[in-house]
Structures are given as C-alpha cells and as structure tokens.
Unconditional design. Sequence first.
Lengths: 86, 268
Amino acid sequence: MVLAISVMAFALTLAAIFTYFAIKSKDLVKAAVFSAGQSAAFALAFFLLMAPDIVLAYVAVAVGIYTAVLLYVISKTERYEEEGER
Amino acid sequence: MKGKDVVIGISAALLLVLVAVIVLLGGTAYTPSREIRPLAKFYLENCINLFNKDWWAASPEAVTSMLWDYRGIDTYYETSVFFLAIISGVALFRIAEIKLDAEGRKEEKELGLSIIVKTSTRIVFPLILIVSASVAFHGHLTPGGGFQAGSILAVGPLLLIAAFSRHFLEDRLRLTEDKCLTLRSVGLILIVLVIALPLITGAALLMLNQPKLWAPVSPFPAYVGPIWIAGTLFFLNVAEFLAVGAGFTLLFLLLSIPEEVFKRVLGL
C-alpha cells in the first residue's frame, strides 16, 4: 500500500514535470513528446489505481493516436514558436 | 529569465505538495477507501454468480459486463456518436475522392523514414495486431474490450503510414478507404444484429445478455462447450473492435493525404 502510494506520487510528480516542459518548450515537436511522456506517467498512475481497462485505452489513445495527430498538426504549421514578449 | 524559471519551478512543487496534503487530510471528502459502496457491491456480487443467476452477466470482468450489459444502450449510443464523428470526417474530405495518380509518385525506397525505423516497424506491427486481437477476444475475461482493442489496433496502420508511406498501406496491403468504411459498417451491423436478435427469438427485450426473470429465454449461451463466451459480450467486443479499429484507420488514411493533392483538386 505504502509502495503503491509512493510510486503513484513519483509518477504524478513526473507528469507535472513533463507538463511544465511541454508548456515551456519552444520546439513544438519536443512539446508533443513531453506530452506523450506525461501521458505515460498518468497511465502508470491509472494502473496503480486499479483501473487496467482505462490504461489499455489511455496508452493507445494518449501516447499513440493523440501524439500522432499533434505531430500532424505541427507539420501543417511552423515547428518553432517565436520568441515573444507576451 | 533563469531566475523566473526557478521561481515557477519552486512554486509548482509547493502547489503539488499542498494539493497532496489537502487530499491526504480528506479535503476532497471522498478518497478511495477499502470499503466497497453498495452499488459496487451489487456488480461485484452479480457479474458472475453461479448460484443466483437472476442478475448475472456471465462474465468475471465487471467493467465489460457494465459496459455491454448493465448499461449496454449507453455504450451503443457512444458507438453511434463515434460513428457520426467518422462520417463527418469523411464528408469533410469528400473532395479527395480523386485517386492519387501514379505520375507524381516517388520510388518507394525514397518514401518514409530510415531503414532502422522501417525494420523495427516491421517487427512491432504484427505484435500490435496480436495484442489488440487478444485484448478484444479476451475482453469478457480480462481487462480490456472492444474500444481498447480497436484503438490499439489503429496504432498499427498509423505506424506504417509514418514509417513507410500512405502508398505502402494502399498498394501493398490493399487497405483502402473504401475497405475501412466497409469494415466499420460490418462492425456496426454486427452490433445491431446482436442487439436485435433477442426480439426475433421472442424475448421481448433489446440487448438481452443472460435470461432475466421477465425474459426467461436468451439466444446467447454463457459458454459453448469448453469455451466461455459470456453471452453477447464476446460478440459485441469483437464487433466494436472491428468498428473502432477500422474507423480510426480510415481517419488516418484521410489525414495522410498530401496537401499538394488538395491544392491540385481545388485548383489553387
């Protein structure tokens, strides 16, 4: 029980770090990869919360399909965000 | 700029710790506990219960028996919403009916990514197919089910499009948009047939899985010989697997049409 909670805390902290980098990254392809990493960390948390059905759908959609659609959208626009003061 | 990043990092970490403390102290009123609530108790006791078959779904997988039996109509509507989304996608891309002509095509070797990626995709692709099939065909016994298996299946063609090309899928594997649409429709028709079959055999109840008190006959047995199929659950899982997998593949095929083709068709 304690082990499960500590691993879950680790996974969710990792997800938060990935999210931070996904927001900060100026390279949109890197941001998409960070987002996939965040999804993988969430999948681990879902598994520890005893929801294996969610894990199976979540890994395929969030790591595979969602990332692919994001990369497709990025291919239609520019890869690097401009340095702005806003 | 660096100092700003440090401040943001520290405050994010503090926020995380604060939220964790609040949740641990019971701030969200309900945190997952070891006690089972009455609703969960009903499903756990009844989804497979060989001694009292009044409410059973003949499946040890509580999630699948909820999805396709206890709240089956709900899942059916979810499937129709997904189908409508696919249909709208196809309608948006209807100008792409003109086939990609052979003249503008490069040699197949030039398309796609490096040989390392191609070889590893060749190894991974059959594994994805096997995993998705096992998730679908065991959906009534182990975690998983139709939607999960379908979305895993769709990752296979997605990898092929990325690593090889769209032409590889269409010319080599003969997996065209029309075929995907047909597979998708076959899955949906199967679902409707399974739902409507109890009406024909006189059970007077749509989406009947196992016999109920007011509908004593069901056309779907819990097992055939040594194989446990859990009534309708097996068939519905396989049909949803086909429908979702083919639907996603169809969308990827449409999305991977090169932009030049659109420009040429629209005359830009």
